[in-house]
Design a protein around this ligand. Sequence first.
Ligand code: ADP
Ligand code: MG
Length: 319
Amino acid sequence: MPGEFALIDRIRARARRRPDVAVGIGDDAAVLRLPPGHELVVTSDTLVAGVHFPLETAAADLGWKALAVNLSDLAAMAAAPAWCTLALTLPEADAGFVEAFLDGFLELADAHDVSLVGGDTTSGPLSITVTAHGLVPAGAALRRDGARVGDEVWVTGTLGDAAGALSQWRARGPASAKLRYRLDRPTPRVAAGLALRGLATAGIDLSDGLAADLGHVMRASGRGARIDLGRLPTSRTLADHFEETQRWPLQLSGGDDYELCFTAPPAAAFAIEQALAACDTAATVIGQVQAGEGLAFVTPEGEDYVPARAGFQHFQGVH
Ligand code: ADP
Ligand code: MG
């Protein structure tokens, strides 16, 4: 069994190094060169076994997802990902687990030219914390507080696939491999986030579900929104497995989509379509920003719909 330092040596051997990494893994801290005129965008996310993923999730999928959820946060800020750190808490110094974890983690890191520049390795119940660092030209970050009355509300990709997979997994019945892939290997919309600079007025990534996350944007912006349930982008696979009224809770409250939700004035719609098509990202207008507060969901029949619960919250019921 290798010890902590043998594991770190393996991680160091496999991590690629961008030219702007002055000091990477191996010293007490990393030293990174910031391009002039840019701001540093920093985000951190933890995955805990049994809370954020089923215990039997493959190590490579965990590695991918641990980084993907962080790159998704950078995308939502319109930041270009550059560096990351990895804090691993492992029940045992399992070299096979770490190698497989790195397969998924570094596949995604290399695809986005992100360097793993440091971290921590400790023993304890399986838990993974990744911190990702991105760059934006000064003042260009896409925030939650810029939505204006009359803006359209957009989402990338399709909604509800990951929640559909989780629902099938919990029911222990037939499960779609396509939906499960969307749960285990979310696609962070990095290129789309960059393409939205100067076009979108506000943005967020969908980790907790549209109802909760769009609610954050509207609260930060001091506005409300009306969403047409008939316009929610839906994959064929989700439609094959769930009826429309079963889909809405998955699409509004299920979470784990890692799509971008953003607002923009109608006059920007054509430019947005072109910019997103150029990076192969589908996007759909699902509603409109309005005066007042709160979210209104409207069925295709024109009836009000109240989502069952607003996203997953830790410490629910703890005061
Ligand atoms: P220290 O005791 O000074 O905190 P560590 O022994 O924890 O140093 O780490 C040694 C080096 O290895 C540091 O550069 C640290 O950033 C890096 N490192 C430790 N664990 C990881 C990991 N899981 N992933 C990437 N780098 C790591
Ligand atoms: Mg340490």
